[in-house]
Structures are given as C-alpha cells and as structure tokens.
Design a protein around this ligand. Structure first.
Ligand SMILES: Cc1cc2nc3c(=O)[nH]c(=O)nc-3n(C[C@H](O)[C@H](O)[C@H](O)COP(=O)(O)O)c2cc1C
Length: 459
C-alpha cells in the first residue's frame, strides 16, 4: 500500500439542530435528550466530540418543514419527522463557547441567502471561535424552501449552480476585502485602519450587486473552511473547484472508491493539490459493548421508532415529489423512477442493502428516513474501527461524516468505544495539533486576493 500524505482519518460529526437526528423516530428513544431547545444541549455534545478529537461538528439545514407530502406539514408535525430546525448561527456560537479546538460547521443556502449575509455570518463565527468556522455550501433541495422565500417553485438545477458560482466568488472576495494587516489601532495618531488595505468589490453580476467592503476584518483562517456535498455532475465540479471538504453519500465501498478517484481527478484538473481536499462519505455508526447490543439498537431505530407515513413524508421532501397519492405497499416501478428526479440512485442503494428485486414504497421510504444512502458500521468499537481503517487505507475515503442514531448517546458511545481503537491504530490523533480548524486539518491559510494583486503590481 502506498504511503499517503494525510495519515489521519478526518472525523466529522453529522449533527441536526432539531428534535431528531437523521433517524426520524429518534426523539422517541428513551435516552434521546429532550433539551434540544437549550444551548446546554449543544454544548454538551460539542464537549463530547472535542474529547474524542473530532475535527468538526457539522450541522445540516433545511429552510422549511416537510410540506411536499400532501401539500401539508401535518404528518411531519404529528410524528415529529423533523418539523424543527433551529437557526445555526446561535447554535454554533453556543458550541464555540464550550470548546476550544473543535471545528464548527453549518449549512447555508446559496439559493435563498445573500452573499453579504453569509460572508458576514461565517467571518464573525471564525473570529469569535478563534478560527474554527466551516460553511457547507448548498443550493437547497425543494419547493417548500422556495415557498418560504417568495417563490412558488425551487429554481432549476443549473440555474442554482450558476448562482452558487457567483455567490461563492463574491463571498471569497468579501472575506478578503480587509487585508491581514489593515488594522493599525494607533491610539496616539488616531488612525484605526489603513483605508488602502480595505477594499470595495463593486461587483455587478447576473445575480448579485455587492459594493463591499465586508464589515468584518479578515479572519484567523483567512477563509473559513468550505464544505460541499453536491452529488450531480455540476455539484462535483463545483466541489472540485472550491471545497476543502467534500461530503458524499455512496451506498457501498465499491461505489465510494470509484467516486473517490473520480473526484480526486476532477480536483487535479482544477490545478489543485489533491491531498488538500478531503473526501468524506457519510456513514451510519452504531457502536455497542457487544455486537449483539449494537444490532439490537439498530433494529429499534430501523424498525420500531419510525412511523411509515413519516418516512414517506420525508421521502417526498428530499425528492420534491408528492407521494401522498401512493400507498405504502405500491411497488416502485420504472415509471415511478422516471417520474421522480434523483430517486434512481436511492433505489439502487436500498436494493443493495435489502437485496430485493421488487421494492415497495414502504421499504424505500423507511430506508430513506433512517439510512439515507450511506453504509452502516454496526458492532463493537474494534469491529467499527477495523472497517473504518480498511476504507481509509484502501483509499475509499479520507475520513467520515458520522451520522448518529441519537444525541448525545451515540457520540458518547463512539468516543468511548471506537476512538480509542482508532488511536491504537495510529489513524486518529491523541490530541489536537493546531489552533484553527485549517491547522488541525493540515490545510494552508489562503493568501489574500487583494494583497496578492498589490504584490503583483509592485513587481
Ligand atoms: C453528508 C451530506 C449532507 C448534506 N447536507 C445537506 C443540507 O444540510 N442541506 C441541503 O439542502 N442539502 C444537503 N445535502 C445535499 C447536497 O447538498 C446536494 O444538494 C445533494 O447531494 C444533491 O446534489 P446536487 O445538488 O449536486 O444535485 C447533503 C448531502 C450529503 C451527502
């Protein structure tokens, strides 16, 4: 096996600022904490993750309740199928105050927000946390979100990515609009900052007009860490150009390994160092003191806690297709697959898990509501560590986005049972080596665009 420059597995905790984890029935599990509206809940989980040397606590987001199913939020509300999503700025601020090394990542949409707002939010968080902010750049997924932001329908896919391209270019320039040494702070002369080092953008594009400068100086990381999770061709291209961390959702190691090498090739085509970008598949981890304990827990989360109608409502949400006219026992036919965009990969993934040739909506929806598309690592700490190391060493990934059954218990189990096994194998550090998230990930601090221009003019 050839040596690799990154010899440490990148560990990302997949978090929800919600009444549920990715398992939509998780709120019913006896030891799921119920104080998800209290800042101490997020602080408790953040401390557990820092104890386990996690690189990043990452929160997903959705800007609407699940309302696609039956054109109503009733089923999601009734069964607690993710009707709650808190704003992430305050949540990450709380987590920042309780930790000192853990990276703090949040999802913000390029379709429904404005670049100035997003640049300001993450620059502020980067300062207040001492350089630990990360932004997951998403283009959002469904009409329900559009309807909360003044539109009937979600924008077309290509248009969303066109807007995302312009959006991130503007954000990157706003983050650089203050050069690193712009603040002078001379109390004697009264000069606070050097105006020649604080720049307007005067950006006029297809989607945005932004004058700048940003109202926040350059941050400890220079540029907060960029995350991208697009799975389409456009999404992968965008990630290759901009991302530091790429999240994937592949059903098996074979698919993940192919995806890994294809994505690394795209990164190289962009002229970037392939080792400076981490590819991180999402996996479902259930750790137990014995394999039997872990398997029993798995059955409870997969089969006992989720209501089938809630599952179908969540399937509607992610596919932007109203399944309320279908029965749970309907077979997933080729016609249905053709009618629902983006469902083909999901059907193939679920078939791989359940091994059935004819699939009903009940089975598909249950797996979507609980499994999404990632593989499951279920067992003792040693068994899970073995699988993780195998994926890592065979270059199927650079680390993992770890989805939890429930909070904080699933991460407590992971940190107690799996992390020590990974440390024994030398693939997870014993303590943090840097101060900022970029330093802990071994990533360079990007040069400032305006300082570079000035240097180029001087030569
Ligand atoms: C681990 C992971 C986390 C994701 N988190 C979010 C999220 O919080 N919000 C969101 O709108 N989409 C999220 N997505 C979806 C992606 O951003 C993307 O929209 C989806 O994979 C479809 O790809 P495409 O946009 O390139 O078509 C996530 C995907 C993965 C794999």
């Amino acid at each position: 096996m050839s040596t690799r420059r990154n010899d440490q597995i990148t560990l990302v905790a997949f978090m929800q600022a919600s009444n549920v984890s990715v398992y939509s029935g998780s709120w019913r599990y006896p030891s799921s904490a119920g104080d998800y509206l209290d800042l101490r809940y997020y602080q408790r989980i953040a401390r557990v993750l820092e104890e386990g040397n996690f690189d990043l606590m990452f929160f997903d987001d959705r800007l609407a309740m699940p309302t696609i199913y039956g054109d109503s939020a009733d089923e999601a509300v009734r069964y607690g199928a993710r009707p709650i999503k808190l704003d992430l700025t305050a949540v990450l601020g709380a987590a920042a105050a309780a930790t000192s090394h853990l990276g703090l990542g949040a999802t913000y949409s390029t379709t429904y927000y404005q670049p100035f707002h997003v640049a300001r939010t993450f620059a502020t968080l980067d300062h207040l946390s001492g350089g630990r902010a990360a932004w997951n750049v998403v283009t959002s997924v469904n009409d329900a979100e559009a309807q909360n932001f003044g539109a009937d329908q979600h924008f077309d896919h290509d248009k969303r990515y066109d807007r995302a391209e312009e959006f991130i270019e503007v954000v990157a320039k706003l983050w650089d609009s203050w050069e690193d040494d712009a603040i002078v702070g001379d109390k004697v002369t009264g000069v606070f900052a050097d105006p020649s080092k604080v720049h307007e953008l005067n950006h006029h594009g297809e989607f945005f007009d932004v004058r700048g400068p940003l109202t926040v100086p350059r941050t400890p990381q220079g540029r907060p860490v960029i995350i991208q999770a697009g799975q389409s061709g456009r999404g992968r291209q965008f990630a290759a150009k901009w991302a530091d961390l790429i999240f994937t959702g592949d059903p098996s190691q074979t698919v993940a390994a192919e995806h890994y090498s294809e994505q690394k090739a795209l990164i190289a085509e962009e002229g970037r160092d392939v080792d400076s970008v981490r590819i991180l598949p999402m996996v479902y981890v259930i750790a137990g003191e014995t394999e039997q304990i872990a398997r029993e827990k798995e059955q409870i989360f997969l089969n006992e806690l989720v209501h089938p109608t809630a599952s179908l409502a969540l399937l509607s949400e992610v596919t932007n297709y109203d399944f309320s006219g279908h029965s749970l026992d309907d077979v997933v036919t080729d016609d249905l697959i053709n009618a629902v965009s983006g469902i083909r990969g999901l059907v193939q993934g679920v078939k791989r898990h359940v091994g059935e040739q004819t699939l009903t909506l009940r089975v598909l929806a249950n797996h979507r509501a609980t499994l999404l598309q990632g593989p499951r690592f279920v067992g003792t700490g040693e068994q899970i560590a073995e699988q993780m190391e195998q994926w890592f060493q065979s270059r199927s990934c650079d680390g993992f986005v770890i989805a939890a059954t429930h909070f904080p218990g699933a991460f407590e189990d992971f940190v107690r049972l799996v992390v020590p096994e990974l440390q024994k194998r030398g693939v997870v550090r014993e303590e943090y080596t840097g101060t900022t998230l970029r330093e802990n990930l071994g990533l360079e601090r990007p040069a400032n665009l305006f300082s570079e221009e000035r240097e180029a003019q001087r030569v």
